[in-house]
Write a protein that binds this ligand. Sequence first.
Ligand SMILES: Nc1ncnc2c1ncn2[C@@H]1O[C@H](COP(=O)(O)OP(=O)(O)OP(=O)(O)O)[C@@H](O)[C@H]1O
Ligand SMILES: [Mg+2]
Length: 265
Amino acid sequence: MASAARIYDGGVQRTVAILNQKGGVGKTTVTLGLASAAAAAGRRVLVVDLDPQASSSWVLGVDPSETSVTVADVIEHGARASAAVVPSSWSELIDVLPSSPSLQDHEVGNAKRLRKALDAIEDQYEVVLVDCPPSLGNLTRSALTASRHAVVIVEPSALGLRGIGGVADLIDDVWEATNPELELAGVVLNRVPSVSSEAERRIDELTRIVGRQAIWMPPLPQRVIVNQAIGERRPIHAYGSRAAEPIAAFDALWRKLRTVVRRAL
Ligand SMILES: Nc1ncnc2c1ncn2[C@@H]1O[C@H](COP(=O)(O)OP(=O)(O)OP(=O)(O)O)[C@@H](O)[C@H]1O
Ligand SMILES: [Mg+2]
Protein backbone atom coordinates (compact mmCIF):
# COMPACT_ATOMS: atom_id res chain seq x y z
CA MET A 1 0.00 0.00 0.00
CA ALA A 2 1.37 3.39 -0.94
CA SER A 3 0.55 4.91 2.45
CA ALA A 4 2.83 2.39 4.20
CA ALA A 5 5.80 4.14 2.57
CA ARG A 6 4.75 7.63 3.68
CA ILE A 7 7.28 9.47 5.77
CA TYR A 8 6.32 11.16 9.04
CA ASP A 9 9.80 11.96 10.29
CA GLY A 10 9.40 15.73 10.57
CA GLY A 11 12.62 16.14 8.56
CA VAL A 12 13.72 18.39 5.71
CA GLN A 13 11.80 21.50 6.66
CA ARG A 14 14.10 23.85 4.77
CA THR A 15 14.55 21.97 1.51
CA VAL A 16 13.07 23.31 -1.72
CA ALA A 17 12.97 21.46 -5.07
CA ILE A 18 13.29 23.72 -8.13
CA LEU A 19 11.76 21.80 -11.00
CA ASN A 20 10.16 21.44 -14.40
CA GLN A 21 10.41 18.59 -16.86
CA LYS A 22 11.04 21.06 -19.65
CA GLY A 23 14.68 21.82 -20.36
CA GLY A 24 16.19 25.28 -20.55
CA VAL A 25 13.41 27.14 -18.71
CA GLY A 26 15.84 28.44 -16.08
CA LYS A 27 15.78 25.95 -13.19
CA THR A 28 19.54 26.34 -12.74
CA THR A 29 19.49 30.09 -13.35
CA VAL A 30 16.77 30.63 -10.74
CA THR A 31 18.47 28.28 -8.24
CA LEU A 32 21.72 30.22 -8.62
CA GLY A 33 20.01 33.64 -8.62
CA LEU A 34 18.31 32.73 -5.35
CA ALA A 35 21.62 31.51 -3.90
CA SER A 36 23.24 34.79 -4.95
CA ALA A 37 20.41 36.78 -3.33
CA ALA A 38 20.67 34.70 -0.15
CA ALA A 39 24.40 35.35 0.16
CA ALA A 40 23.87 39.06 -0.55
CA ALA A 41 21.40 39.07 2.35
CA GLY A 42 23.94 37.33 4.60
CA ARG A 43 22.16 33.95 4.63
CA ARG A 44 23.75 30.52 4.27
CA VAL A 45 22.38 28.23 1.57
CA LEU A 46 23.20 24.82 0.16
CA VAL A 47 22.74 24.12 -3.55
CA VAL A 48 22.10 20.43 -4.27
CA ASP A 49 22.91 19.71 -7.91
CA LEU A 50 20.71 16.79 -8.87
CA ASP A 51 21.23 17.17 -12.61
CA PRO A 52 23.81 14.86 -14.28
CA GLN A 53 24.66 17.82 -16.56
CA ALA A 54 26.23 19.33 -13.40
CA SER A 55 25.52 22.88 -14.56
CA SER A 56 25.01 24.44 -11.15
CA SER A 57 28.10 22.70 -9.73
CA TRP A 58 30.16 24.06 -12.62
CA VAL A 59 28.80 27.61 -12.41
CA LEU A 60 29.44 27.60 -8.65
CA GLY A 61 33.09 26.79 -9.34
CA VAL A 62 32.99 23.08 -8.51
CA ASP A 63 34.31 20.60 -11.07
CA PRO A 64 32.54 17.30 -10.45
CA SER A 65 35.39 15.36 -12.10
CA GLU A 66 37.66 16.59 -9.30
CA THR A 67 35.19 15.84 -6.52
CA SER A 68 35.66 12.53 -4.76
CA VAL A 69 32.19 12.26 -3.19
CA THR A 70 29.11 13.48 -5.04
CA VAL A 71 25.35 13.43 -4.68
CA ALA A 72 25.44 10.15 -6.67
CA ASP A 73 27.24 8.51 -3.72
CA VAL A 74 24.58 9.87 -1.40
CA ILE A 75 21.70 8.52 -3.47
CA GLU A 76 23.31 5.27 -4.56
CA HIS A 77 25.43 4.23 -1.62
CA GLY A 78 23.95 6.14 1.30
CA ALA A 79 27.05 8.34 1.73
CA ARG A 80 26.63 11.14 4.26
CA ALA A 81 25.85 14.54 2.73
CA SER A 82 28.47 16.14 4.97
CA ALA A 83 31.14 14.03 3.23
CA ALA A 84 30.10 15.38 -0.17
CA VAL A 85 29.34 19.06 0.53
CA VAL A 86 32.02 21.48 -0.67
CA PRO A 87 32.29 25.28 -0.53
CA SER A 88 31.39 27.22 -3.68
CA SER A 89 33.78 29.74 -5.22
CA TRP A 90 31.07 32.44 -5.02
CA SER A 91 30.78 33.01 -1.31
CA GLU A 92 31.54 31.33 1.99
CA LEU A 93 27.79 31.43 2.54
CA ILE A 94 27.06 29.12 -0.42
CA ASP A 95 27.90 25.41 -0.27
CA VAL A 96 27.38 22.83 -3.01
CA LEU A 97 26.43 19.18 -2.98
CA PRO A 98 27.94 18.43 -6.38
CA SER A 99 26.43 16.36 -9.13
CA SER A 100 28.15 13.67 -11.12
CA PRO A 101 27.61 12.56 -14.73
CA SER A 102 27.18 9.07 -13.28
CA LEU A 103 23.83 10.17 -11.85
CA GLN A 104 22.54 9.48 -15.35
CA ASP A 105 23.06 5.75 -14.86
CA HIS A 106 21.44 5.87 -11.46
CA GLU A 107 17.95 6.99 -12.30
CA VAL A 108 16.63 4.21 -10.08
CA GLY A 109 18.03 5.74 -6.91
CA ASN A 110 16.42 5.19 -3.53
CA ALA A 111 14.12 8.20 -3.22
CA LYS A 112 14.45 8.39 0.56
CA ARG A 113 18.26 8.39 0.76
CA LEU A 114 18.56 12.00 -0.32
CA ARG A 115 15.95 13.03 2.23
CA LYS A 116 17.77 11.25 5.03
CA ALA A 117 21.09 12.78 4.00
CA LEU A 118 19.72 16.33 3.78
CA ASP A 119 17.81 15.96 7.02
CA ALA A 120 21.16 15.52 8.78
CA ILE A 121 22.62 18.82 7.53
CA GLU A 122 19.85 21.21 6.54
CA ASP A 123 19.82 22.95 9.94
CA GLN A 124 23.15 24.52 9.00
CA TYR A 125 21.43 26.47 6.24
CA GLU A 126 18.64 28.99 5.90
CA VAL A 127 17.41 27.14 2.81
CA VAL A 128 18.55 24.10 0.81
CA LEU A 129 17.88 24.50 -2.94
CA VAL A 130 17.67 21.36 -5.08
CA ASP A 131 18.32 22.02 -8.78
CA CYS A 132 16.44 19.25 -10.63
CA PRO A 133 17.18 17.74 -14.05
CA PRO A 134 14.75 18.35 -16.94
CA SER A 135 12.71 15.21 -16.40
CA LEU A 136 10.02 13.82 -14.16
CA GLY A 137 12.05 10.66 -13.57
CA ASN A 138 13.48 9.17 -10.42
CA LEU A 139 15.92 11.99 -9.74
CA THR A 140 13.15 14.59 -9.62
CA ARG A 141 11.09 12.13 -7.56
CA SER A 142 14.00 11.88 -5.11
CA ALA A 143 14.18 15.69 -4.96
CA LEU A 144 10.45 15.95 -4.20
CA THR A 145 10.66 13.18 -1.61
CA ALA A 146 13.49 15.12 0.05
CA SER A 147 11.70 18.49 -0.03
CA ARG A 148 9.19 20.40 2.04
CA HIS A 149 8.46 22.80 -0.81
CA ALA A 150 8.37 22.66 -4.61
CA VAL A 151 8.93 25.67 -6.85
CA VAL A 152 8.12 25.23 -10.55
CA ILE A 153 9.93 27.37 -13.11
CA VAL A 154 7.82 28.25 -16.13
CA GLU A 155 8.56 30.10 -19.34
CA PRO A 156 5.50 32.02 -20.61
CA SER A 157 5.33 30.46 -24.07
CA ALA A 158 3.06 27.90 -25.66
CA LEU A 159 5.68 25.16 -25.31
CA GLY A 160 6.59 26.39 -21.82
CA LEU A 161 3.07 25.76 -20.56
CA ARG A 162 2.82 22.29 -22.05
CA GLY A 163 3.69 19.72 -19.45
CA ILE A 164 2.64 21.79 -16.41
CA GLY A 165 -0.06 19.19 -15.76
CA GLY A 166 2.57 16.43 -15.63
CA VAL A 167 4.60 18.40 -13.07
CA ALA A 168 1.51 18.94 -10.91
CA ASP A 169 0.65 15.23 -11.19
CA LEU A 170 4.13 14.20 -10.04
CA ILE A 171 3.96 16.56 -7.03
CA ASP A 172 0.56 15.03 -6.17
CA ASP A 173 1.89 11.55 -6.64
CA VAL A 174 4.91 12.05 -4.35
CA TRP A 175 2.68 13.79 -1.80
CA GLU A 176 0.34 10.81 -1.86
CA ALA A 177 2.97 8.08 -1.97
CA THR A 178 5.88 9.16 0.21
CA ASN A 179 5.87 12.77 1.35
CA PRO A 180 2.66 14.18 2.86
CA GLU A 181 4.53 17.35 3.90
CA LEU A 182 5.34 18.35 0.34
CA GLU A 183 3.69 21.57 -0.84
CA LEU A 184 3.70 23.46 -4.10
CA ALA A 185 5.16 26.72 -2.83
CA GLY A 186 4.72 28.54 -6.11
CA VAL A 187 5.45 29.08 -9.76
CA VAL A 188 8.24 31.41 -10.88
CA LEU A 189 7.90 32.95 -14.32
CA ASN A 190 11.24 33.23 -16.07
CA ARG A 191 12.46 34.68 -19.35
CA VAL A 192 9.63 37.17 -19.57
CA PRO A 193 10.24 39.56 -22.47
CA SER A 194 9.76 43.31 -21.92
CA VAL A 195 6.95 43.54 -24.45
CA SER A 196 5.10 40.53 -25.79
CA SER A 197 1.40 40.02 -26.16
CA GLU A 198 2.06 36.30 -26.63
CA ALA A 199 3.82 36.14 -23.21
CA GLU A 200 0.96 38.10 -21.63
CA ARG A 201 -1.59 35.68 -23.07
CA ARG A 202 0.41 32.73 -21.71
CA ILE A 203 0.69 34.33 -18.25
CA ASP A 204 -3.12 34.76 -18.26
CA GLU A 205 -3.48 31.13 -19.28
CA LEU A 206 -1.11 30.00 -16.50
CA THR A 207 -3.03 32.13 -13.99
CA ARG A 208 -6.23 30.31 -14.94
CA ILE A 209 -4.49 26.94 -14.47
CA VAL A 210 -2.66 27.46 -11.16
CA GLY A 211 -4.44 30.50 -9.68
CA ARG A 212 -3.08 34.02 -9.11
CA GLN A 213 -1.77 33.24 -5.61
CA ALA A 214 0.51 30.49 -6.87
CA ILE A 215 2.44 32.76 -9.24
CA TRP A 216 5.28 34.52 -7.47
CA MET A 217 5.94 38.14 -8.22
CA PRO A 218 7.87 39.66 -9.80
CA PRO A 219 8.49 37.61 -12.92
CA LEU A 220 12.13 37.30 -13.98
CA PRO A 221 12.87 39.31 -17.09
CA GLN A 222 14.70 37.92 -20.11
CA ARG A 223 18.00 39.83 -19.96
CA VAL A 224 21.39 39.29 -21.61
CA ILE A 225 23.18 39.99 -18.32
CA VAL A 226 21.47 36.97 -16.71
CA ASN A 227 22.85 34.73 -19.43
CA GLN A 228 26.24 36.44 -19.20
CA ALA A 229 26.51 35.87 -15.45
CA ILE A 230 25.87 32.14 -15.93
CA GLY A 231 28.46 31.96 -18.74
CA GLU A 232 31.05 33.83 -16.66
CA ARG A 233 30.26 31.64 -13.64
CA ARG A 234 29.63 34.64 -11.41
CA PRO A 235 26.75 35.58 -9.09
CA ILE A 236 24.31 38.04 -10.64
CA HIS A 237 24.86 40.34 -7.65
CA ALA A 238 28.49 40.83 -8.76
CA TYR A 239 27.22 42.89 -11.72
CA GLY A 240 25.79 45.72 -9.60
CA SER A 241 23.84 48.42 -11.43
CA ARG A 242 24.28 46.66 -14.79
CA ALA A 243 22.00 43.93 -13.48
CA ALA A 244 19.77 46.09 -11.26
CA GLU A 245 16.48 44.73 -12.61
CA PRO A 246 17.23 40.99 -12.35
CA ILE A 247 18.96 41.52 -8.98
CA ALA A 248 15.84 43.26 -7.63
CA ALA A 249 13.70 40.39 -8.94
CA PHE A 250 15.91 37.68 -7.40
CA ASP A 251 16.04 39.60 -4.09
CA ALA A 252 12.23 39.78 -4.02
CA LEU A 253 11.90 36.08 -4.87
CA TRP A 254 14.44 35.19 -2.18
CA ARG A 255 12.45 37.16 0.43
CA LYS A 256 9.29 35.35 -0.68
CA LEU A 257 11.00 31.95 -0.49
CA ARG A 258 12.45 32.70 2.93
CA THR A 259 9.04 33.74 4.21
CA VAL A 260 7.44 30.56 2.87
CA VAL A 261 10.15 28.36 4.41
CA ARG A 262 10.10 30.09 7.80
CA ARG A 263 6.31 30.06 7.99
CA ALA A 264 6.31 26.27 7.54
CA LEU A 265 8.99 25.56 10.20
N1 LIG B 1 15.95 35.39 -17.40
C1 LIG B 1 16.88 35.01 -18.28
N2 LIG B 1 17.43 35.91 -19.15
C2 LIG B 1 18.35 35.52 -20.04
N3 LIG B 1 18.83 34.28 -20.17
C3 LIG B 1 18.33 33.34 -19.33
C4 LIG B 1 17.35 33.65 -18.35
N4 LIG B 1 17.05 32.52 -17.66
C5 LIG B 1 17.81 31.56 -18.19
N5 LIG B 1 18.59 32.03 -19.19
C6 LIG B 1 19.55 31.29 -20.01
O1 LIG B 1 18.88 30.20 -20.60
C7 LIG B 1 19.71 29.05 -20.63
C8 LIG B 1 19.01 27.91 -19.92
O2 LIG B 1 18.87 28.24 -18.55
P1 LIG B 1 19.11 27.16 -17.42
O3 LIG B 1 20.30 26.34 -17.70
O4 LIG B 1 19.01 27.87 -16.13
O5 LIG B 1 17.79 26.29 -17.64
P2 LIG B 1 17.47 24.87 -16.99
O6 LIG B 1 15.99 24.79 -16.87
O7 LIG B 1 18.26 24.68 -15.76
O8 LIG B 1 18.00 23.89 -18.13
P3 LIG B 1 18.13 22.29 -18.01
O9 LIG B 1 16.74 21.81 -18.13
O10 LIG B 1 19.01 21.92 -19.15
O11 LIG B 1 18.72 22.01 -16.67
C9 LIG B 1 21.02 29.45 -19.98
O12 LIG B 1 21.95 29.78 -20.97
C10 LIG B 1 20.66 30.68 -19.17
O13 LIG B 1 21.74 31.56 -19.03
MG1 LIG C 1 19.52 23.10 -15.19
